[in-house]
Design a protein around this ligand. Sequence first.
Ligand code: FE2
Length: 288
Amino acid sequence: MFHSCAHVVAMLTEKQLNDYARHGYLILPDFVDDVTIEGMRSCAENIVRDFNPESVSIFSTTSQTTTTDDYFLESSDKVHCFFEEGAFDGQGHLQKSKDMAINKIGHALHDIIPEFREWTRSARVTELLRCLGYKKPVPVQSMYIFKQPTIGGEVRPHQDSTFLSTDPQSVVGLWIALEDATVENGCLWAQPGSHQEGTRRRFVRQGNAVSFVGDMPDVDVDACTPLVVQRGTLVVLHGSVVHYSKENRSMGSRHAFSVHVVEGMNHYLEDNWLQRDPSFPFVPLYSM
Ligand code: FE2
């Protein structure tokens, strides 16, 4: 899939492309400037400030599963806020202040909110995807992740292609550190080379129900490496690389923004959870 990007600005070296092919991830420091980072952070702050948890029925104790699924599925073309597990007590009362109990915002920030849209469609991102060999890169999903102090829980080992599939597979995650990511505050961990085994488990949608098909085998934790990166770093994550993050044990947050891109020339599977209405289609960055 990779080809030389010498014909455009040489954003990635041959070595970086080889490392990405071998390990399934690539770390690009100083990819995002401070102004962009601050713009994204204040945007997220405003979204949370304006969000009224009582305006949605996701915390109903009587039909928690159904309503939570609907709120999740409807976020494919919206900007929805999701709370940490355990943010509420049995009566639906928040245990912490709203801004400290949010887990993430998803999943159409890249299409709806100008600050996220501009970065996603920027020349640098476009160039990067060209270097990675994408002929028609389509951003399909985005998330602002808070990883709050003390409540920011672990994210179990997974492959992003479990949640978004094309045939053949083409998902790539672009993950920006909006704050330094350390072992203590719950940085990403990845198992180098694990992407070469392909997708092991899929999260599929049937109507308004979602479920997992297939099993994740045991992850070789000893083979995993922490991706300790500074604010402004972009981590490129192959869709099939096994990765996870531990809980945030620090006193500070660990904000990140991620966008998932697929190859628009490949078939986007109809049973992916994330579907768009024809009135609000996915928009490719370019088409070769
Ligand atoms: Fe992930």
